[in-house]
Write a protein that binds this ligand. Structure first.
Ligand code: ATP
Ligand code: MG
Length: 389
């Protein structure tokens, strides 16, 4: 059998690893986002610096042109300008030229920085997008793992339950066969052997004392009649014919009548709601559970009264079987009789198989109550007894 808890452990471990990876991805994404903001801020500032610098360079170029023109002017006219003045003009033009060169160099550097920052920004954008995609994928994996784990364990659980149910159904069937064999062995088989013996006796009697044969034959007829009754009872217990032909309530009525005659316990059968046709399996299961409860009452309860209540509500059939007998400790009996008694266990399993609810209440000295209910599809249009058509 598949070990559900092992499988669960493995999937849970995988989930933990994937969850950790998702956290890691969140962190990476967050770092990339912060880095992106910082880079964008830096890029803005570099761009501002560049435009300031462009303005400065433009201005400086104007000033440099002016200084050069002035130098040309003073250089052309030696006589009107002193050496001092010419030198000053030359130095001023040279200084402007140097300043211009340095600013242009700075502008070039800033442009390089800007390009670098723009590339970084693009890479960061890709990283952020990728991490978001990965987080979405990982979340999906987690979801699938969670969902599959749930459905997987439900499926495996159901499978195991079905296997266990199948096994106990086979056991219950074997028990039922044993019971029927015992009943035939103790009842009709013995009666038949008896009948053969008494028939032989009749034959002998015809030779010895023909007048006694008539009396003996009457006795023999009584025996055959009671054997026939036994056989009918066994057949009814195996499968009440009326269950198929007439429905659950008439079958129960017949059973209760027989039960009263058999064991002298007063049984009250109450039917609430209008009887509607049930699925064949449901009717048999309900009948069997009531039958088992009533058999237990006969065997153990020592009750003087029993009540069977069957209620046909909209979507369920609710049943209560109660007796005023000695009662018993349910927990103790079930744990002691585990694997031995199929009565109560079988009742519960039959009802579980029909997705119904089953409850048994009992305490020594306080009688016993078995209550169960089975969900049904109320198909009132079908008339009872028409299911065979
Ligand atoms: N109505 C009842 N009153 C008193 N005791 C009960 C009643 N029903 C069940 N019990 C007790 O519970 C025990 C278990 O019942 P259960 O029907 O499961 O098994 P069983 O009748 O002993 O065996 P099986 O039904 O397989 O022939 C019984 O042996 C009996 O001691
Ligand atoms: Mg029993």
């Amino acid at each position: 059998m598949v070990n559900v808890s092992n499988l669960e452990r493995i999937i849970n471990k995988t989930k933990k690893i994937v969850e950790k990876s998702r956290e890691e991805l969140y962190r990476l994404g967050e770092t990339a986002r912060q880095e992106y903001e910082r880079t964008r801020y830096e890029l803005d500032s570099v761009k501002n610096q560049i435009s300031d610098l462009i303005r400065e360079v433009d201005e400086l170029e104007g000033e440099y042109t002016k200084a050069r023109l002035y130098l040309m002017e003073v250089s052309r006219d030696f006589n009107r300008h002193s050496e001092e003045q010419i030198k000053g003009a030359y130095e001023a033009a040279h200084a402007k030229q140097l300043e211009l060169l340095s600013k242009r160099e700075k502008e070039k550097l800033l442009r390089l920085t800007r390009d670098h920052l723009e590339r970084n920004l693009k890479n960061l954008e890709t990283t952020i997008r990728r991490s978001e995609e990965l987080i979405a994928n990982v979340s999906m994996v987690l979801k699938i793992l969670g969902r599959d784990l749930e459905s997987l364990s439900v499926e495996i659980g159901e499978m195991q339950q079905r296997q266990a149910l199948g096994f106990s159904i086979i056991m219950a069937q074997e028990e039922e066969r044993k019971r029927v064999a015992r009943e035939i062995h103790d009842g009709p088989a013995q009666s038949l052997a008896n009948i053969v013996m008494r028939a032989e006796y009749c034959l002998k009697l015809m030779d010895i004392s023909p007048s006694k044969v008539k009396e003996e034959l009457f006795g023999l007829m009584d025996l055959v009649r009671s054997s026939l009754q036994d056989v009918r009872k066994i057949i009814f217990d195996l499968r009440p014919m009326s269950l198929d032909d007439l429905g659950l309530v008439p079958a129960l009525k017949k059973y209760v009548e027989q039960y009263r005659n058999d064991c002298g316990i007063y049984v009250e059968l109450t039917v609430l709601g209008r009887e509607y046709p049930l699925d064949g399996c449901q009717a048999v299961a309900i009948f069997r559970v009531i039958h088992e409860a009533m058999t237990n009452i006969k065997k153990y309860a020592g009750a003087s009264q029993a009540v069977i209540k069957v209620e046909f509500s909209k979507n369920r059939v609710n049943v209560v079987v109660r007796d005023n007998g000695i009662g018993f400790d349910v927990e103790r009996v079930l744990s002691e009789k585990r694997g031995v008694a199929f009565g109560i266990v079988g009742m519960r399993e039959r009802i579980q198989l029909l997705k119904g609810k089953f409850e048994i209440k009992s305490a020594p000295g306080h009688g016993t109550e078995i209550a169960f209910s089975v969900p049904v599809v109320n198909n009132e249009k079908l008339s009872i007894g028409s299911r065979r058509d």
